[in-house]
Design a protein. Structure first.
Length: 389
């Protein structure tokens, strides 16, 4: 007997975090794995899929420049529903907190198909920060049968919200699995030589600050402030800033108008995963609003400044009250200067704790899914489902 698992993802981070699970599914004879990309991030997702040699069974095309959340949600629901109706999976697997995640789980629910939610339970408890991700993640949880919590904090959040303990599995975060795979690749002489050549423009005498940014709640003045702080920071002689800018036009706009052509600032297109991880390793510190980058930084023990009001990943930071800097020019500059010039402070901020496991999350998830199909719970779930029709 083989069970069909339909994995749905659409953005770069979802792809990075689902791929190790797909690799595990390949090893399980009783799981038929079907992969659907919604195409929410056409180019940025392709980089990841190519690197890890993943084949897509469905490639939807829902991306339009600068579309509103409502447009994205409606287009996605329609398209994903068609795939679910055609595949008729036994389980739909989604990851994280994007619109693809939420809509994938909603479409599964509308078709009365069980949902497995990877990276469940992260919370800031503020529905506008991150926006719309906090609510996407919560709503996905509401319709999920299996909740894969990446950390103890996430598990606790789910328990507090009344999710039954038997449906929560503490697995670690699959990004660590992907990161471990990437670190192995980076070490090989061929990749290392390529990466060194790619970044030979960096001046080894200067401290490199790696930057990313893309959160919707920061678009407008906050994003401009972040860029203005970076421009001021780049005036320091011992600093160089590398900023691979997200393809969202709301990011590209201010980044190009405020930072293009500035000394000590290198604006790059979104980087392939190996290149980005190489830069994380050589960065003096990182300024970001990314979720995945916070997780990776905790494993790589890189100090990080988070340009957000709140983070759902406090557990990854050694001093959250110092690291979460918001989007004020003064505070980004002050904390950056401290990281550049105060050795004790730098050491303290580097002492991050990785709460996300050591790279075996995907294995645990695949095992639990196998169990789920074997044990009566799946049968019960389906019987209950049928009885309620
Ligand atoms: C999305 C997710 C966010 C996640 C982030 C990871 C939603 C609402 N947001 O944010 O949760 O943290 O991805 O990066 O699900 N674009 C391209 N090519 C690409 C990618 C984006 O051109 O490969 C442009 C398009 O103009 C698109 C815009 O970026 O309309 C915004 O993309 P979208 O996926 O809607 O939101 P993100 O800000 O990327
Ligand atoms: N990343 C990448 N290339 C880049 C920037 C980031 O491969 O140029 C990776 C990064 O290592 C992390 C993920 O993309 O794993 C984070 O994606 P993003 O910040 O877009 O989304 P979030 O994690 O905030 O949802």
């Amino acid at each position: 007997m083989s069970y069909k698992v339909l994995s749905i993802f659409g953005t770069r981070p979802e792809a990075l975090k689902i791929i190790p699970i797909l690799k595990e599914f390949e090893r399980q004879s009783h799981i038929t794995s079907i992969v659907c990309s919604t195409g929410q991030h056409q180019e940025m997702l392709q980089q990841v899929v190519d690197l890890f040699d993943v084949s897509l069974d469905y490639s939807l095309n829902v991306m339009m420049p600068n579309q509103s959340l409502s447009q994205l949600t409606t287009r996605l629901l329609f398209e994903v529903n068609r795939v679910i109706e055609e595949v008729k999976p036994d389980l739909v697997l989604v990851q994280g907190d994007t619109t693809t995640t939420f809509v994938g789980s909603l479409a599964a629910y509308y078709n009365q198909i069980a949902v497995a939610h990877v990276e469940a339970g992260l919370r800031t408890h503020d529905i506008y920060s991150p926006w719309p991700e906090e609510v996407n993640r919560k709503m996905t949880g509401v319709v999920s049968a299996l909740h894969f919590a990446p950390s103890q904090d996430a598990e606790l959040n789910l328990l507090k919200e009344g999710v039954s303990r038997k449906n929560i599995f503490l697995t670690g975060n699959t990004i660590i699995d992907t990161l471990v795979m990437a670190l192995k690749k980076i070490k090989t002489p061929t990749h290392l030589t390529q990466l060194e050549a790619e970044f030979q423009f960096l001046d080894p005498r200067k401290k490199m600050i790696l930057v990313t940014g893309h959160r919707r709640e920061s678009f407008g003045q906050d994003f401009k402030n972040i860029c203005l702080a970076l421009r001021r920071l780049a005036q320091l002689e011992d600093v160089q800033i590398v900023f691979p800018a997200h393809l969202n036009p709301n990011v590209q706009g201010p980044v190009n108008s405020i930072l293009a052509g500035q000394d000590n600032i290198f604006l790059l297109p979104p980087l392939g995963y190996l290149s980005f991880i190489y830069l994380m390793k050589v960065a003096h510190f990182i300024i970001t609003d990314s979720g995945g980058v916070q997780e990776e930084a905790s494993y790589l023990r890189r100090p990080i400044l988070v340009t957000r009001r709140l983070t759902e990943r406090e557990e990854a930071l050694s001093c959250p009250e110092e690291a979460v800097v918001g989007a004020k020019v003064g505070s980004i500059l002050a904390k950056s200067q401290k990281l550049l010039h105060d050795v004790a402070y730098y050491k303290e901020m580097s002492a991050t704790q990785n709460p996300y496991g050591n790279g075996h999350a995907a294995e645990k998830i695949a095992t639990e899914i196998t169990q789920y199909f074997k044990v009566p719970y799946f049968q019960i779930y389906n019987i209950v489902r049928k009885n309620t029709l």
